[in-house]
Design a protein around this ligand. Structure first.
Ligand SMILES: [Zn+2]
Length: 445
């Protein structure tokens, strides 16, 4: 398995720290609004990564946080005349609903900032103790100049950063590069600490959570490219200072989603919300996976339409295959795939996923499989092959997160379908037509 590691800027062979176990952390949302379709990209990308490892028999320990303390949440709470918790709870629930609608798993570890305050404060205190952070008038800053490695992830040099930054008047910080770990304030939700009454900056929460949940360097840290600087750079800085490692062995970053060529942004109103997508959400998931995760992706309603049709075709073929096997009591478990054409398709799918999660090629393999199935469905049924094809389809759909519910027919339903088929064989068109109408009304054909 090859993964592009953003920290070293190269494709590397993936070796988990502990054999058979993968530890993953992905930066989660700040919960003050509904998520837009661009926010859905890391959700789907890293859910697919997780699914792939699981399909290979690995155990994945997956965590992603909720930032439920933030200026935007406080602002929204003020606007709506409610407390911050009311806002964050509402949008955490909305987030999980949207995530589930995209068939992304919600069974993962979900730490919240409000529940991590003592650990975040301890982390900051620890950085002060070792000289990597300092307190001025109740605010705490990270001392960037003390860390030679700063800038490695985002490929920025300390000198360039200093010359490129504007030095503000009345700046309390030792250097304009120093970032806030704790901010003194009594506005909105805040906590009492030795430094002051206030709130933590954004960058400490993820590293404090990773420290607590995993207790060591993790395998994969994920997030969007937009988080690389300053957020991930600052996570690494704190971890290098405190733990002498870079948080994660592999840093994975997904590219941005553009809306008709423009950056999607809540502030400019250039957004489409996940909940407002008026196509099957799995079609949107397929669209997201149609481009390799590191590349930027351009969204337009026309592009999505193509995948809506594409997805309907896949769904129809899978349903037909399942129905045929079920109707003939041929559905089997633990099927071994050894038909040579299916083995070839499977190899191509796996090779694609192993090459830094090349999902567009994996979708091509799914497409080849659908073509092979459609062709066999037009012939006299070869149940052995069809069962293997169904097993392979289920595997592909699970990994890509495109799996959907298929229900077995009841004995009565099977009998009705068989009577209809018999009536057609007997050329009893009146009966066949009656039965057909009945089957259509039951949604069986
Ligand atoms: Zn983070």
């Amino acid at each position: 398995m090859k993964i592009f590691n953003s920290y070293t800027n190269q494709l590397e062979t993936f070796v988990p720290r502990h054999q058979g176990i993968v530890s993953m952390y992905v930066c989660g949302p700040t919960v003050y609004n509904y998520i837009h379709i661009g926010n859905a990209r890391p959700v789907v990308v890293f859910d697919t990564v997780r699914r792939y490892f699981e399909s290979q028999g690995m155990v994945v320990k997956f965590a992603s946080n909720f930032t439920d303390v933030d200026d935007k949440i406080i602002q929204k709470a003020k606007e709506e005349g409610v407390d911050e918790k009311t806002i964050s709870e509402k949008y955490i629930n909305a987030f999980l609903k949207d995530v589930a609608s995209l068939n992304s798993r919600t069974d993962y570890i979900k730490p919240k900032v409000t529940e991590y305050m003592p650990k975040i404060v301890d982390y900051i205190q620890g950085l002060i103790t070792i000289g990597y952070a300092y307190e001025i008038e109740g605010d705490v800053y990270f001392r960037v100049s003390k860390l030679k490695e700063y800038g490695q992830l985002s490929n920025r040099k300390l000198d360039d950063l200093i010359s490129g930054s504007r030095i503000e008047i009345n700046e309390k910080k030792e250097s304009p590069l120093d970032f806030t770990l704790w901010k003194k304030t009594e506005e909105g939700i805040h906590w009492h600490t030795n430094f002051s009454d206030g709130r933590p900056g954004w960058h400490t929460e993820c590293v404090a959570m990773i420290d607590d949940i995993f207790g060591e360097e993790i395998d994969i840290h994920g997030g969007g490219t937009d988080l690389m600087f300053p957020h991930h750079e600052n996570e690494i800085a704190q971890s290098l200072a405190k733990n002498h490692h870079t948080v994660a062995h592999y840093w994975m970053h997904n590219g941005r989603l553009n809306l008709e060529g423009e950056k999607m942004s809540k502030s400019t109103g250039n957004v489409v919300l996940v909940k407002d997508l008026n196509v099957n959400k799995l079609a949107y998931r397929m669209f997201l996976l149609s481009t390799q995760y590191r590349s930027p992706l351009n969204y337009s309603p026309e592009a999505l339409d193509v995948f809506d049709k594409e997805w309907q075709k896949v769904q129809k073929s899978v349903e037909q295959l399942y129905r045929l096997l079920d109707l003939n009591d041929q559905l089997k478990d633990n099927v071994v795939v050894n038909a040579s054409d299916l083995v070839d398709i499977n190899n191509y799918f796996i090779e694609s996923m192993e090459a830094d999660f090349n999902t567009p090629n994996a979708l091509t393999a799914l497409n080849q499989l659908m073509k092979a199935i459609n062709s066999k469905l037009r012939q006299k049924p070869d149940f052995e092959w069809l069962n293997q094809a169904y097993a392979l389809t289920s595997k592909f759909l699970f990994i890509l997160g495109l799996d959907f519910n298929l229900t077995k027919l009841s004995i009565e339903e099977k009998s009705l379908i068989k009577q209809w088929e018999q009536a057609r064989i007997n050329k009893d068109f009146e009966l066949a037509d009656q039965l057909r109408q009945l089957l259509v009304s039951k949604g069986l054909i």
